[in-house]
Write a protein that binds this ligand. Structure first.
Ligand SMILES: [Zn+2]
Length: 115
């Protein structure tokens, strides 16, 4: 990824972020997908384990419901630290990860303002 490729804006759009990149790409990044790809050591460990059919959600996960970022702060010029509604904040999401987890939004040909 080129070093000058940066998000121009990151907005909340329902249960996803809508990211406008400096090269013109607009992509949505669903919160659930971001949370599932949390790059921290703890989550990497969890994902490396074989699937546990008896795994149940922790009380905190149940209470939190759908993962929603409650805070997002820049880390240097290359990443964001996201704090989730379940309190987890160990993941540092690089711009590269943000870019790769995004689903491009087709440019709208509709010239009318959305209803
Ligand atoms: Zn994590």
């Amino acid at each position: 990824m080129p070093a000058d490729l940066l998000p121009l804006s990151i907005k909340r759009d329902g249960v996803a972020f809508r990211v406008e990149w400096s090269d013109g790409l607009v992509a949505t990044v669903p919160f659930q997908k971001l949370r599932d790809h949390c790059p921290c050591a703890g989550c990497n460990d969890e994902r490396a384990k074989p699937a546990d059919p008896f795994r149940v959600l922790s009380a905190r996960e149940v209470a939190a419901g759908l993962p929603v970022p409650v805070a997002m702060k820049p880390v240097g010029h290359y990443a964001y630290q996201i704090t989730w509604n379940d309190g987890h904040d160990a993941g540092i999401f690089t711009l590269d990860a943000l870019r790769h987890l995004g689903q491009p939004v087709a440019p709208s040909k509709d010239t009318h303002a959305p209803a």
